[in-house]
Design a protein around this ligand. Structure first.
Ligand code: PGA
Length: 258
């Protein structure tokens, strides 16, 4: 099965939750329960000020630290922004880009997401590129074309070699934080389509090596079914990643599938 060519990645997205002082206890609890499978990667994407505490608490465990956004600029007078080299310097391995909350609340365009992608790759940080349709687009039958367009724009100018270091997360907007999950069939259909777009762009060898995650109300109960789909290689988990026991259960589901 093609899944052996790619990593299973279970990534938590804490969004704007938690505080640094809570991390050591939280991580101690998680570490006691954490049993990732071989080749399974566990990532926690935390707010910028929490990154050093997470890196410290994750030491000696399988957990890698990620960020949730990055500046499109490399250095200079950009008040409030954080660049890719600052993240690299701290030891950040992954960074979410193009999350639908950033696209919606900060008007992030596909072009901006593409620039951020290049910034991250220039520092050896793995982008977790988020794509996904609205409910109106799904109801209008536009999902596959819309998501394909997001993927193509975000990857413009990215070489095949660079693509080996990119992760894609399919997150239907209507499933994020709503408790309404895409069915395993719906999620599989779009993740398989993303892989076929990558095949067109980069060829079969590259596309079968790219991890494509599902995100949108994934939890301890529904993870196993979603993760068992042939083109779903992991999850990007918001709400359920705030509870260490739930997050550990999703990592376990990923280990059983891998
Ligand atoms: P959710 O969030 O799991 O709470 O739906 C997922 C995400 O936004 O990445």
């Amino acid at each position: 099965m093609d899944k052996k060519f790619r990593k299973t990645i279970i990534a938590g997205n804490w969004k704007m939750n938690m505080v640094a002082s809570a991390i050591p206890d939280w991580m101690d609890s998680l570490k006691d329960e954490l049993c990732p499978g071989e080749g399974e990667e566990v990532v926690l994407c935390v707010p910028f000020p929490l990154i050093p505490a997470m890196i410290g608490a994750a030491e000696g465990s399988a957990v890698r630290t990620g960020a949730q956004d990055v500046s499109a600029h490399d250095i200079g007078a950009f008040t409030g922004e954080v660049n890719a080299s600052m993240l690299h310097n701290l030891g950040v391995g992954y960074c979410i880009i193009g999350h639908s909350e950033r696209r919606a609340y900060h008007a992030e365009s596909d072009e901006l997401v593409n620039t951020k992608q290049k910034q991250l790759l220039s520092q050896g940080i793995t982008p977790i590129l988020c794509v996904g349709e609205s409910l109106e687009q799904r109801d209008a039958g536009e999902t596959l074309d819309f998501v394909a367009g997001q993927v193509r724009s975000a990857l413009a100018g990215i070489t095949a070699e660079q693509m080996k270091g990119v992760v894609i997360a399919y997150e239907p907007i209507w499933a994020i934080g709503t408790g309404r999950t895409a069915t395993a069939e719906q999620a599989q259909e779009v993740c398989a389509h993303i892989r076929s777009v990558l095949g067109d762009m980069y060829g079969a060898d590259i596309s079968r090596g790219v991890s494509v995650l599902y995100g949108g109300s994934m939890n301890a109960k529904n993870a196993a079914e979603l993760l068992s789909q042939p083109d779903i290689d992991g999850g990007l988990i918001g709400g359920a990643s705030l509870k260490w026991a739930d997050f550990a259960a999703i990592v376990k589901a990923g280990a059983e599938d891998g």
